[in-house]
Design a protein around this ligand. Structure first.
Ligand SMILES: [Zn+2]
Length: 75
């Protein structure tokens, strides 16, 4: 699947990436895109963004560094 990306050496689907950011399972996730920002932890500009729904009523924009553990979520 073209939507899959490599994060910390592992291939992830949009849903799997959302679950890494959320820390638990999510209902649905949109396609992964490149975020226009740097990782504050390691300085890498390989930061991905994915929009996802943790539950029926909420939508979160998540960010995840491809090179380290850093992740952030914005509601
Ligand atoms: Zn990083």
């Amino acid at each position: 699947m073209a939507d899959n990306r490599v994060v910390q050496g592992r291939m992830v689907t949009p849903k799997r990436l959302a679950e890494l950011i959320e820390g638990e399972s999510v209902m649905d996730a949109e396609a992964i895109a490149d975020a226009d920002r740097e990782c504050p932890d390691c300085g890498s500009d390989d930061v991905l963004t994915v929009g996802y729904m943790p539950g029926v009523t909420s939508f979160v924009t998540g960010y995840k560094c491809q090179d380290c553990d850093w992740a952030e979520r914005e509601e």
